[in-house]
Design a protein around this ligand. Structure first.
Ligand code: HPA
Length: 266
């Protein structure tokens, strides 16, 4: 077992979580709902990729959500920090090694669909890896040829939609398009994204989904929309806006995911 998995296992003790959640920009609020939380800063975990993006706390939180044992990764390293699309691979491998079977990915995103507004939440049904980078480049095994026809688990999607309905929160469905960042898109790129079939754009999640499928993890993912894509409203985009708006939609997403978790974990 790798060093990071060893370290995680020693913190887990007798806990055996099968679900991990990755919290995106400004979405760290979900951590407050974790019962019996044990918080471990990323730098205290050998081999854990550390993000330096403001608004990403960078800690592993162990505990229970809705009675389900979970590992929460609050903050993630992004492709744009290092140019390495596989930057999250050690973290995801360690989760798989300690017995995690299901990965819940969240992010902040810009909407390119006029029907999906800031503060609202979108379940990711499919993605477009527009950055052109793939985290499995260089992987020597035949396992690198990962099928992506149903990258986002159908059963988990259905469970999440049902949960949203039960708690009375709207949950859009759509396609997430991965831009490398860290600069935001231009208005022309946003028009292109729409034409190509995207509903939301963002700078994360897609490489983690590819890696997770490679590792045999089931994936469910959702975006909190923090802004309309560049040029749609005429306002300039900023990370400050992302951090300000994300917690609003994040609270909605937290309610939906908490309600969905017992079914997601089953
Ligand atoms: N584009 C890319 N990433 C984002 C955006 C956006 O408009 N908003 C939040 N993350």
């Amino acid at each position: 077992m790798g060093l990071l998995a060893d370290a995680l296992r020693s913190h887990l003790g007798t806990r055996a979580p099968q679900v991990a959640l990755v919290l995106g920009s400004g979405l760290g609020g979900l951590v407050d709902a974790v019962e019996g939380a044990r918080r471990i800063p990323y730098p205290a975990l050998p081999g854990m990729p550390v993000s330096a993006v403001s608004g990403h706390a960078g800690e592993v939180v162990l505990g229970r959500l809705a009675g389900v044992e979970v590992v929460v990764l609050s903050g993630r390293i992004h492709y744009y920090e290092s140019g390495d699309p596989a930057a999250m691979r050690p973290a995801l491998e360690a989760l798989a090694e300690v017995g995690v079977r299901t990965l819940v990915l969240t992010n902040a995103a810009g909407s390119v669909n006029p029907a999906i507004r800031p503060g609202e939440v979108m379940l990711i049904e499919d993605h477009i890896a527009f950055s052109g980078r793939n985290p499995l480049i260089g992987e020597p095994s035949d396992a690198r040829f990962v099928g992506m026809t149903i990258a986002y688990d159908e059963g988990l999607r259905a469970a999440t939609l049902r949960a949203a309905e039960r708690v009375g929160e709207g949950l859009h469905r759509g396609v997430y398009m991965w831009f490398s960042g860290p600069s935001f898109e231009t208005p022309a790129e946003i028009r292109m994204a729409r034409i190509l079939g995207a509903d939301a754009v963002g700078m994360s999640t897609v490489p983690e989904t590819i890696l997770a499928r490679f590792l045999g993890l089931r994936v469910v993912a959702a975006s909190v929309v923090t802004n309309m894509g560049a040029g749609i409203t005429g306002d300039e985009l900023s990370h400050a806006e992302t951090k300000e708006v994300a917690p609003r939609g994040g609270a909605r997403l937290a309610r939906i995911l908490t309600e969905a978790l017992p079914e997601i974990a089953a």
